[in-house]
Design a protein around this ligand. Structure first.
Ligand code: HEM
Length: 202
């Protein structure tokens, strides 16, 4: 996990600087842009979670890290229904990242853990951002923000568990390299998705 943090630090910084992410963190993002972003994340999580579930049967390292609470599809569907979001096809950047997830699932399944690290780790910042959003958008009881804060007060404990699961999983050094590259690609992909959503809605 320390290698992942180090290898992706610059990618995290770049992702954080996208207009969509900056305005999200400040709580000034337009609600319809946020909802469009959640729609893209639904495509990403669906693909990733399907591949992780299928790969877990053959790869004990995946089974030991991808615990049931790590799935976000149901939270996204709940939030999208709350916001009355129309179903939208994935944008071109999301399609590209989904294509990479599918290729990893076929050729280097452990790479999927790099994508899971990025999305699960994003909960560290999202939890703080959810507080700002619920205040600015007057959303009560976390309604419409389940994706942003799925674990509530359990988040630090579950993040520690994720870290421990990753650190203790039996992973070959070539798969460690694959995971690092996949995490970098996932950060960059989400940065690109953020830009496309922001430009399309802005
Ligand atoms: C403005 C937007 C963002 C803010 C303010 C933010 C903030 C944070 C904060 C405060 C942490 C905890 C740092 C620590 O305790 O060491 C964190 C960690 C993390 N964030 Fe973000 N973040 C943002 C965007 C993103 C995005 C877009 C992603 C991924 C798509 C992401 C993925 C991660 C990951 C994977 C970690 C865990 C790093 C590690 O400890 O290994 N973040 N973020």
């Amino acid at each position: 996990m320390s290698r992942l943090k180090e290898a992706t630090a610059e990618h995290h910084r770049k992702a954080e600087k996208r207009n969509l992410q900056r305005e999200l963190a400040k709580g000034t993002l337009a609600l319809d842009v946020f909802v469009a972003y959640l729609g893209e994340l639904l495509h990403l999580h669906r693909s990733l979670e399907t591949s992780l579930t299928q790969s877990a049967a053959e790869h004990p390292a995946i089974a030991s890290v991808f615990r049931p609470h790590c799935s976000r599809e149901a939270d996204l569907l709940t939030d999208l229904a709350f916001h009355d979001a129309p179903r939208r096809p994935a944008n071109v950047m999301t399609q590209k990242l989904v294509a990479d997830f599918e290729a990893w699932a076929r050729h280097t399944p452990l790479s999927l853990l790099g994508a899971l690290y990025v999305l699960e780790g994003s909960g560290n910042g999202n939890r703080l951002i959810a507080r700002v959003l619920s205040r600015n958008w007057s959303l009560q009881d976390g309604l419409g923000l389940r994706y942003m804060d799925p674990y509530g007060d359990e988040q630090p404990k579950l993040w520690s568990q994720f870290r421990e699961d990753m650190n203790t999983a039996q992973i070959s050094s070539s798969d460690v390299d694959n995971i690092l590259a996949a995490a970098q690609r996932t950060f960059d992909g989400i940065a690109g998705i953020s830009d496309v959503v922001y430009q399309a809605q802005g």
